[in-house]
Write a protein that binds this ligand. Structure first.
Ligand SMILES: [Zn+2]
Length: 281
C-alpha cells in the first residue's frame, strides 16, 4: 500500500479513513465521516449526532421507533412466498427465500399490523430492506392490500413506510401486478374517505415508487432519502444528459412538488399524529 502523507489535510483524512476500527462498538458516518459510538447513534434514532445522517433501519427497528411501546399488533406474519416460476438467477429463488428468512426471521419483506402513534390508532405497514432489498412480490403486495382493506373496514388512518428497491424480479409479472392491486385497494380506501400517510425512506425505487408509495394523501420523506423509479445512472445514459445536482434526493423532489414534507426521524411521530388530528381521523 502507498505511504499516506499525513502532513496535509487530505492526508490526515485519508489516514483517518484507513484506521482499523473494532467491529460493533464504533462506526463511521458515511456522510460526515465522524466516528460515532454505536450506542449514541442508536439512541439518536439511528441518526448521526454530528450531521443528522439518517442510517437505514430494519422494519423491526422502525416499528420500535415509530409506534407507542408495545402497541404493534402484527398481522399475516405467516404469509409466506412461493417460487411459482422456479426462478434461478445466481441461486434459486427458493434458496434465496430460505436464506433471507433465516437472516431476518421474517417470512417476507413487509410487516403489517395495528398500532398506536401518540395514542392515535393506525394501520401500519413497514417495508424491510433487509429482506431481498425490500422488493415487492406477491406476499408483500397481498399483505399491503389486506392492511389497506382492513384500514378501510375499520376506518383507521393508514401509514406505510417504504424502503424498497422495487418489484421483485424473481416473481416477474406476478410482482408487477402487485402495483395495480395495491393501487386499486388504495383507490377504494380513498373513496371511503380514508387518510393515507406515505413515508418514504432511503431508498424507495421502482415499482414501489410507481404505485402505492406515491399515492399518499400526504407524502413525507426522510432527509436525503434517494427516491426514484429507475436509477440515476440508467436515466443519464438513456437521455444522454447531465442530471441536476441532488437528482432523486428527497429535498429535490420536495422542491419539485412530488413530496409534501421532509420530516426528520425524530419528528416523524409528531408529524403523523398532527396530520391525523388535522384530518379529523
Ligand atoms: Zn455524520
Amino acid at each position: 500500500m502507498a505511504q499516506i502523507q499525513t502532513n496535509t489535510w487530505e492526508g490526515l483524512i485519508e489516514k483517518r479513513k484507513n484506521v482499523d476500527v473494532p467491529e460493533g462498538l464504533w462506526l463511521r458516518c458515511p456522510s460526515c465521516t465522524a466516528m460515532i459510538y454505536r450506542k449514541v447513534m442508536e439512541e439518536a434514532l439511528h441518526t448521526c449526532p454530528d450531521c443528522q445522517h439518517h442510517f437505514r433501519v430494519s422494519a423491526r427497528q422502525r416499528i420500535h421507533m415509530l409506534v407507542d411501546a408495545g402497541t404493534f399488533e402484527e398481522m399475516d406474519a405467516d404469509l409466506a412466498p412461493r417460487d411459482i416460476l422456479e426462478f434461478i438467477d445466481k441461486k434459486s429463488y427458493a434458496q434465496r427465500l430460505f436464506d433471507e428468512q433465516a437472516k431476518t426471521g421474517a417470512k417476507d419483506g413487509v410487516h403489517v399490523g395495528r398500532a398506536f402513534i401518540k395514542g392515535r390508532p393506525i394501520m401500519l405497514a413497514v417495508m424491510d430492506f433487509e429482506f431481498m432489498a425490500g422488493s415487492m412480490g406477491a406476499v408483500v403486495g397481498e399483505k399491503l392490500t389486506r392492511a389497506i382493506e382492513r384500514a378501510t373496514k375499520e376506518n383507521l388512518p393508514l401509514v406505510i413506510v417504504s424502503c424498497s428497491g422495487g418489484a421483485r424480479m424473481q416473481e416477474s409479472t406476478i410482482s408487477l401486478m402487485q402495483m395495480a392491486k395495491t393501487s386499486a385497494a388504495l383507490a377504494r380506501f380513498d373513496d371511503a374517505g380514508g387518510l393515507f400517510i406515505s413515508v418514504l425512506s432511503d431508498p424507495t425505487y421502482g415499482g414501489t415508487t410507481a404505485s402505492f408509495a406515491m399515492l399518499g394523501d400526504l407524502i413525507f420523506a426522510e432527509p436525503k432519502a434517494m427516491i426514484g423509479f429507475a436509477g440515476a445512472r440508467v436515466i443519464a445514459s438513456t437521455i444522454r444528459a447531465e442530471l441536476p445536482d441532488g437528482f432523486q434526493r428527497a429535498e429535490f423532489l420536495c422542491e419539485k412538488g412530488f413530496i409534501d414534507k421532509i420530516v426528520r426521524r425524530a419528528d416523524l411521530r409528531s408529524a403523523i399524529a398532527r396530520s391525523i388530528d388535522y384530518c379529523g381521523k
